[in-house]
Design a protein around this ligand. Sequence first.
Ligand code: CBF
Length: 841
Amino acid sequence: VEASIPEPQRAAWTKHQIKPFTGQDGFENEVVRHVETTLARSMFNCDESAAYAATSLAFRDRLILEWNKTQQRQTFADSKRVYYLSLEFLMGRALDNAMLNIGQKDVAKSGLSELGFRIEDIIDQEHDAALGNGGLGRLAACFLDSLASLNYPAWGYGLRYRYGIFKQEIIDGYQVEVPDYWLDFNPWEFPRHDVTVDIQFYGNVTKSQDDSGKTRAHWEGGDHVTAIAYDVPIPGYDTPSTNNLRLWSSKAASGEFDFQKFNSGEYESSVADQQRAETISAVLYPNDNLERGKELRLKQQYFWVAASLHDIVRRFKKSKRPWSEFPDQVAIQLNDTHPTLAIVELQRIFIDIEGLAWDEAWNIVTQTFGYTNHTVLPEALEKWSVPLIQNLLPRHLQIIYDINLFFLQSVEKEHPGDRELLGRVSIIEESQPKMVRMAYLAIVGSHKVNGVAELHSDLIKTTIFKDFVEIYGPDKFTNVTNGITPRRWLHQANPRLSELIASKTGSYNFLKDLTELNKIELYVNDADFRKEWQEIKYANKVRLAKHIKNSTGVTVNPAALFDVQVKRIHEYKRQQLNIFGTIHRYLTLKAMSPEERKKAQPRVTIFGGKAAPGYWMAKQIIHLVNNVGAVVNKDEEIGDLLKVVFLEDYNVSKAEIITPASDISEHISTAGTEASGTSNMKFVLNGGLIVGTCDGANIEITREIGEDNIFLFGNLAEDVEDLRHAHTYGSHSIDPDLNKVFKAIEDGVFGQPHDFLALISAVRDHGDYYLVSDDFHSYIETHTVIDEAYKNQEQWLTKAITAVSRMGFFSSDRCINEYAEEIWNIEPLKADKPEGVKDGE
Ligand code: CBF
């Protein structure tokens, strides 16, 4: 505002206003301009990577024009914004998405072809932005797409990791982690060197009295680091709305360390300080559903929330509204407990910097925040040691203690004398050392808490947060079932299916209102429609078969049943159940006569996913899958009846190839452990069926698509506790078929048996926590049912089409509308310009 151009000069600005390119000619013009100027190349040395860069820059220019207008529109309207705080944004590739959302992919395709390139090759040049581990980070990316597509004024805030999730290589059957340096060339971000925040760590706290006699705390000394903003434009689909994802990068605070030390000859330490500062945003922690209390992680969390909060407060202050209106202008959603320190930081800003009274400040804080829980797994629930916080963030620890004190006082008032309750709900766990329970802090500091699927939301209310439901009443706790963006997960990943659907629904409007998919149920018996559907599935399988050949050397038959399990490798997700089942299949095939084998259903079992580098059991699972593949795939007697492949380095762009090609996908977590799952939704949306447990969103998927169109098996969540108890205190007999599998492994059929003994003894000797044996029989029986069902291709096709037609509920647009209405209380801001406002104003 301060630097705005005076009225008389604005005419010149308006006259020279940049226009987005139009048509193929305009696009080509931009590409050539960027090749020749921005990239300093020419037609004589323009390779595919340069063509990718120039195409991306051409689209980025368009996006940024819309981004500017969107931000101006939002500022002008002065309406409430939502800020989505997530330590992970698993964005994948941006170019294809930008072309589709803007609606210019055809133009780019023909333009690139005229310039000598194939659009597929150019899209393939892009490095995935892999700033996330799995479902949680991908959900955040889907939400950004929906927020922009629905015209909600929204910003994402995250960290600009120099290294995203590691690249996975499979060497001799083992996972090897390789750093993923993805920033070599990233046309999608704008460094904002003018947008910085000073972030403080360590130091100490003093108190003083101000003129009115009020005590004020001062956080002094310690280290300072600078947060620099990098902005990533997020295009909405079929709307000019372009939102912002702001990622923070860390740098040494200017001058403070380097120059003084450099001048006095301490060269090494001057560089060390700089490196230490830059380390904060250097690398994404590669754990999924597993928290480890490392100081650097805590530093990342504070660095990111402090920078984001100061940015948000700075923006609010420009509106000159009173503080009491803060929650009318700002909603902040905490994606899991990772950003919980934001609650403490906002309270600190209010009381220490802005001088508000505690109660007034706390009232605003709690109205501002919402907290999403994504897991009930105990090992994933964040706790930070009190001494660690004391050292790194001394003032914050005081505030946490005060929050806890006032909270416990209020509990004591309602439940006098219940000391056990106080101990159970205290934000501070009285352990050695004491720990801060971040989920409890998030609940106490938020006005709404939500789970991500119905079963999960019920479970958090009846298990881990039961006492809080008692304290606050049930209304504070709600459910918002996850969703996925149909733009990427149907239109982009499966363009032919999207086109076929559009031909029957009359338009591509189903990409904006996914419930329109129900129109295709009318065509479930239409012969041409069915034929084309089947051809598309087959073509997608051929594409995946090519990818498998190129990446693993294994030849698979696209006519076989493709059975896919791609997701993070985790014992609770039970890839071990799948590979044991696959071994069982192999043993069964081996025992068959040639005549019997002729009747068997050929299968390709496809695995993919990363194991956290320190998660030894998960790595053993990967190793076993690869060893089984090595044996089975060269067994000529078995041939195409069974192939087993592990696809290395599973990521978003690979998911776009794998998902449309599945016949069956596996979502087989122990009941009650997978909060929601979102790949289950992606597979069904692409015409694949599911084999799954009654867990997470599988339950709602079943409700929507019908029990006949999904293959459910296994024990129910309500029985899990009893079964575990029986394993520990009663006798635990292992399923006889599973025992045969164990024997084959122990006999060395799949390599050195001792490599896999831990996987076996987790089931046989250590209580089988994930109920692999309990569910084994029903799992393999269900796969037999699947084999038979697949043989009846006509019926299978009917199931697939019916399932897709009923998937409308699982759009992330529905999900975001629920958050907006129930939690954030925000309205979309229509993309047309407000009346009387000219461009550039
Ligand atoms: O809610 C999104 C996803 O989050 C997780 O990935 C997580 O990291 N906690 C859960 O494991 C998924 O079930 C869930 O879909």
